[in-house]
Design a protein around this ligand. Sequence first.
Ligand code: KG4
Ligand code: ZN
Length: 340
Amino acid sequence: MIILSIETTCDDTAIAIVKYSNNNFKILSNVLSSQIKEHNAFGGVVPELASRCHIQNSIPVLDKALKNSKISQKNIDYIAITNKGGGLIGSQIVGVEMAKTISFILNKNIVQVNHIRAHSLAVFMDTENNRIRDIKFPIISLTASGGHTFIVLIKDFDNFKVIGRTIDDASGEAFDKVAKMLNLGYPGGPIISKYAKKGKNIIDFPRPMINSSNFDFSFSGLKTSVLYYLRDNKNYNIENVCCSFQEAVCDILTYKTIKAVKKYKPKSLIIAGGVSANIRLKELMKERLNNIEQKICFYHPDKLLTTDNALMVNINAYFLIQNKKIDNWKNIKSNSLRSI
Ligand code: KG4
Ligand code: ZN
């Protein structure tokens, strides 16, 4: 089975073509055109600019993906598109329209994928061995990205239950906003973690909602307290600010996730989304997992599968096809609701 997948939810135009046979897969092509340069000057993604860039990039990315795959278009069995789970509506529409057009021309069905679910399921792709990982359900997933932060209980490939979510900013968004305050550019996560490596965790930033009885998060107050710190300490040490801020985010994320692990007793724990690329987050999660009695397997996605990409959409589509969740292009409507 060969799936062509498209991801245009935010600021990446990405297309992948993957061939599956049972638990093995071969990535025939994986092309991604990033808009980081275009948005960098604004310290975050500008929605209208993102839509315009997708219009410009979509066909060249498709052309390259098809050429790199070295297969004939008629061998493609399904078109997968991110059309659920939220995103920038203008960006998403470009991808959905492209998916419908390809589906119409090739006369192949469409698989509609939820962006947030795809982030979590990306971890099933072992790109080193070209195998689908045997990860046991139920799974707790911390899905932390620029647009969302959720703790989800996954009982099956198609059974997701949100047990915690951010009530304001997403954790990746907090990284991006703090980076903007420090004039470090966009995206904030990688650059803050680079500075954090050389810094000390000596500024006592707050951990909002860490002791709340539920599994929800709040990052807006933390971001404001960094703003006030910078205002009141003109000679601040940028490395220490980055390190202390990163520590606060990782502390909150891991604390709440471990609390969910203790309550729901899953067989596996995964972290997903752009923030899951953070080395300190992985380190602290492992450390805290080692300190609890429950023994569960911990997974994080391969590096190329952490931030937005078309491979995660592809593998999610593969699982959905097993459950016969396929559609004709005539039934596809754009859906930008932020839901899982
Ligand atoms: O998954 P993604 O590409 O897009 C969304 O679906 O939102 O995630 C992008 C987010 C950005 O906010 C970026 O700052 C954050 O992931 N990020 C990181 C790291 N790498 C990317 N955050 C913390 N540490 C990182 N190493
Ligand atoms: Zn994403």
